[in-house]
Design a protein around this ligand. Sequence first.
Ligand SMILES: Cc1ncc(COP(=O)(O)O)c(C=O)c1O
Length: 392
Amino acid sequence: MNLFNVYPLFNINPVKAQGSFLWDDKGEQYLDFYGGHAVISIGHNHPHYQNKLKEQLDKISFYSNSVQNELQNELAEKLGELSGLEDYSLFLCNSGAEANENALKLASFHNGKNKVLYFSGSFHGRTSAAVSVTDNPKIVAPVNYDERFIRSGWNDISQLEEVFKKHGHEISSLIIEGIQGVGGIMIPKAEFLKKIKDLCEQYNAVLILDEVQSGYGRSGYFFAHQEFGVEADIITTAKGMGNGFPIGGVLIHPKFQATSGMLGTTFGGNHLACTAAIAVLDVMKEEDLIENARIMGDYIEAEIKGLPHISEIRRKGLMIGIELDRDCAEVRNSLLYDHHIFTGNSNDKTVLRILPALNIKKEETDLFITALKTVLKSLSAKEQEILTHKVH
Ligand SMILES: Cc1ncc(COP(=O)(O)O)c(C=O)c1O
């Protein structure tokens, strides 16, 4: 059997990882400045994470959600404490898309309405409702299109007001990323988020904050939107939550009433997934990783600001978008193949996406900074050479 070929692949086969480094099958070392797509929050194979999972494997790996699982309560308690959202409740699932799917459904159960407002540039996952509120025609199949899903402009307050004026009484929920990741690290303006909150309250629409990529300390806050003091009705999380172990979560405001059977999943909240997620929170707290995300993010920005070919840096903590004056592919490939550093791109071809582990060390960021400087300077040198040739 062949694999269904949907991923463009780099010809690199990592077989070992530790901290912020990977090694391939030829023994070559790579620096991971993309965290496997914002997933590696506490570094690869953190000893506490490994030990906890190994210990759990010797006890029990899985039983269904029809029995008590104390690990789920421990996870909820620790998550409430670290995020400051002790009065929210937690529903556990397996991925970001599934978390959003449940959030949209819960909102609709809650207020009985069926329209959803989303934003240009958004990415909320590839399952049914999640992809319907994703702004990328290439991944939305005809079966997912429906007039119930209404798009409004990013950071555009007047369009938002118009949409609410027209459809407000039918809007069940509004879904927005804490910071748009796939869209190219787009940060919402404080007044935009505040207006969203006001309109959601005015029209009894549920405010869903998708923190799948921007959450779990990446922005220098536990959840990115917390910087603005805006209270979400539902928050979704995944990626960094399990440091690679598949797990997603829906954090639900106390105003929502749970009823038996309302939501459900076979694998969500299983023993191994909870163990991984608990270990992540332990390390984040113990090693003060949210603070480290702020410090290292500030440092990287200060060091790369003003380099040639960078037109803008958009950043919160270690969620960094470096917009270039051209398609970033050449720079990204050179970082990977010439300097052995993984970085990411985004739907905006000019934006290099940088999402290292939250426990990245200064000397590791220096490797990236030096490499980026070299790559960008060599671009300038090449251009200069072409110009000189033209003149002669
Ligand atoms: C903001 C956001 N929401 C949802 C998702 C979907 O998560 P998953 O791939 O775990 O389904 C992603 C994945 O990139 C994301 O960035």
